[in-house]
Design a protein around this ligand. Sequence first.
Ligand SMILES: NC(=O)c1ccc[n+]([C@@H]2O[C@H](COP(=O)([O-])OP(=O)(O)OC[C@H]3O[C@@H](n4cnc5c(N)ncnc54)[C@H](OP(=O)(O)O)[C@@H]3O)[C@@H](O)[C@H]2O)c1
Length: 298
Amino acid sequence: MTPLTLDDPFTLNNGVRLPAIGFGVFQTPPDETTDAVLAALETGYRHIDTAAAYGNERGVGEAIRRSGIPREEVFIESKVWISDYGYEETLHAFEKSADKLGVERIDLFILHQALPSAFDRTRAAYRALETLLADGRVRAIGVSNFMRTHLDDLMAEASVVPAVNQIEVHPYFTQPDVQSADAQLGTLTQAWSPIGGITSYRGNGGGSTFDDPTIAAIAAVHGTTPAQVMLRWHLQQGRSAIPKSVKRARIEENFDIFDVELTDAELAAISGLDRGVRGGPEPEAVTLETFARDIPEA
Ligand SMILES: NC(=O)c1ccc[n+]([C@@H]2O[C@H](COP(=O)([O-])OP(=O)(O)OC[C@H]3O[C@@H](n4cnc5c(N)ncnc54)[C@H](OP(=O)(O)O)[C@@H]3O)[C@@H](O)[C@H]2O)c1
């Protein structure tokens, strides 16, 4: 189901419900994470996306406790880093993440990347997620940055279809082939850099989505901002989105998107902005040699 109102969550392929809009914390410094997540929770967000590799799971857990909102009302998503792939290693990675978050159970636990050159380790890591799911330590499992071939290779042996594939999707890079592979499997596509943050903080010489004239014109018609237009584009096309900000005004702006309705022509115009240029790492080039990083104990 596509969420068109705040009360309309996504239903994952195992029946678990995911709030319509989430909050990201990539690059949020550990000492700013609690304030940012608290601001998000006060605004009304009930889904937080973090990762072991972001180094800020502790701040996320602290914000949830300080908010006073019952734990079961907040949907926590986190990711295992590639350095912790392998069956036993990934089971242990869950304990590290859960302990840093200060929770017994993580709502959605996903593999951060495929490791194409060591796919046996990727499979073993996913088997550990299946065990965690069977044991009730997580409510849903999934993947991130998996291309169609990685999904095919995973499903050749996996028994649980990933609930979510979190991939780079913004108006300048939409990955239609991965989105259709997700849809064929029954996997929800979740957009990272949903408002094209990566076109701004990484830059690709081609300007950022925030300054795009087509998006600006649509925003002007609706009396909204470019970020709000992009977030509506995701929701109306059935994608989960997890915008990040450390600024309260933007955190509120990115949540205030439930009174806008884009037309089919506007949705198509935004999709037509795709330049086919990836901002994140090339998934095939992610190896332990180039991207290893130690994930500390809790
Ligand atoms: N799985 C992966 O490999 C992966 C990779 C990247 C990201 N992610 C996840 O996806 C989340 C979002 O992606 P992202 O952080 O790359 O990009 P994003 O959410 O598209 O954009 C965030 C950037 O835009 C700025 N911003 C936020 N709201 C704005 C607004 N309304 N108007 C103008 N600028 C605004 C933010 O700066 P301020 O903070 O200064 O406001 C930040 O620089 C991450 O936080 C993370 O949870 C996952």
